[in-house]
Ligand binder design. Structure first.
Ligand code: ASP
Ligand code: MG
Length: 400
């Protein structure tokens, strides 16, 4: 098999850890696999480099930031290649450029446009283990680019797609994807398999095992992804096509998103075009609006509520001020969003009802609701977030 393995920052956090990763890579090699290994920078390294830059400027030139940040991954890729060779296993490290990862020219958040795999193919043909510096590529102008924070997951998935690898294993310091955050509900169970779409909901809702963009890309390129720990031998979680999952559970997981804030506009004029103006303004300000609720109008006005990420609340306030509208605007950061996620709910009724019923039994007021084919989300007061997660987890028998 051709396997792409990606090791995150804690997995390569020091020389001892790199040694342990080398061992693990060698074990896969001994099993007869061809290997491309993608590495992150040592944990904390990227932040440290950003701090150095901040010493000189609040707004450092983004080309220079990319030159700076890309170095972190190059250190670990070279060290791992050296460690592998020292054990007698031919290896070669590659920068994003050498690996043929061509991106657009948006520095610090570049998108991969295509991967020219011939250098990698040639090294694989020679039996070498390739160690690619994650998180980076090269622009059409030959400049180093980086893919946005957490971007080495994306490197791994894109490489797996381009090489048509059999498997892409993402090694981190957690065992896989859980039915909910085990720190909130100790009875949470590790999932053996989950579909791309469920994972996307769980990832964007705060189950931070994988960068969302990398799951989207895995889905697009049909890459079988496994997340597992580099600290033990446990099986991990396979993220794959829905068709590959035989028994689809009704609900796969409960997510808690604490990074939400609610904006309420009171006395919005109830006439065509108002929502368009408000949300156009927010889109232009790059605010990611999530849930939207508009009440039935009364006396020519209505109320409009929506949620935005907490760290975009300041941007939202500025945008609202610039609109200079007559509405009363209220902001509330003291909310969370709990979501029940599962592909099985596509074909079952009563799933939402159970969620509402569970909240009722706990005496928790639901302030906003939104649903999709595979998700029910509820906005509630922040102080009830963890209670709600536990109650829902047990109501859908995820602990069984
Ligand atoms: N080192 C980069 C970061 O910290 C990329 C990664 O770890 O995936 O964001
Ligand atoms: Mg990472």
């Amino acid at each position: 098999m051709l396997i792409v393995q990606k090791y995150g920052g804690t997995s390569v956090g020091n020389v001892e850890r790199i040694e342990a990763v080398a061992k693990r890579v060698i074990e896969s090699k001994q099993e007869g696999h061809n290997l491309v290994v993608v590495v992150s920078a040592m944990s904390g390294e990227t932040n440290k480099l950003l701090d150095f830059a901040a010493h000189f400027s609040k707004t450092p030139n983004s080309r220079e930031v990319d030159m700076l940040l890309s170095s972190g991954e190059r250190v670990t890729s070279a060290l791992l290649a050296i460690a592998l060779e020292a054990q007698g296993y031919p290896a070669v490290s590659m920068s994003g450029r050498k690996a043929g990862i061509v991106t657009d020219n948006v520095h610090t958040k570049a998108r991969i446009e295509h991967i020219d795999t011939h250098e990698m193919q040639a090294a694989l043909a020679e039996g070498k283990i390739i160690v690619v510096a994650g998180f980076q590529g090269v622009t059409h102008n030959g400049e180093v680019s980086t893919l946005g924070r957490g971007g080495s997951d994306l490197s791994a998935v894109a490489i797996a797609g381009a090489l048509e690898a059999d498997l892409c294993e993402i090694y981190t310091d957690v065992d896989g994807v859980y039915t909910t955050d085990p720190r909130i509900e100790p009875k949470a169970k590790k999932l053996d398999k989950i579909s791309y779409d469920e994972m996307l909901e769980l990832a964007s809702l705060g189950a931070k095992v994988l960068q969302s963009r990398s799951v989207e890309m895995a889905k697009k390129l049909n890459v079988n992804l496994v997340t597992r720990s580099s600290f033990n031998k446990n099986e991990g979680t396979l993220i794959t096509k829905e068709d590959n999952i035989m028994e689809q559970p009704l609900v796969s997981g409960i997510a808690l998103d604490k990074n939400q804030a609610r904006v309420t506009l009171r006395g919005v004029t109830d006439k065509p075009g108002i929502a368009a103006v408000i949300f156009k303004k927010l889109a232009d300000s790059n605010v990611n609006v999530d849930m939207i609720i508009q009440n039935v109008g009364h006396d020519g006005t209505t109320n409009l509520g929506f949620t935005v990420p907490q760290n975009e609340l300041e941007m939202t306030k500025t945008a609202m001020q610039e609109l200079n509208a007559s509405e009363v605007v209220e902001y509330d950061s003291d909310i969370v969003k709990v979501s029940v996620v599962g592909v099985g709910m596509k074909s079952h009724s009563g799933v939402a009802c159970k969620a509402f019923d569970t909240m009722a039994k706990e005496g928790i007021n639901i302030e906003m609701i939104s649903t999709s084919e595979i998700k029910i989300s509820m906005v509630i007061q922040a102080k009830y977030g963890e209670l709600a997660v536990r109650a829902l987890h047990s109501a859908y028998q995820l602990d069984k």
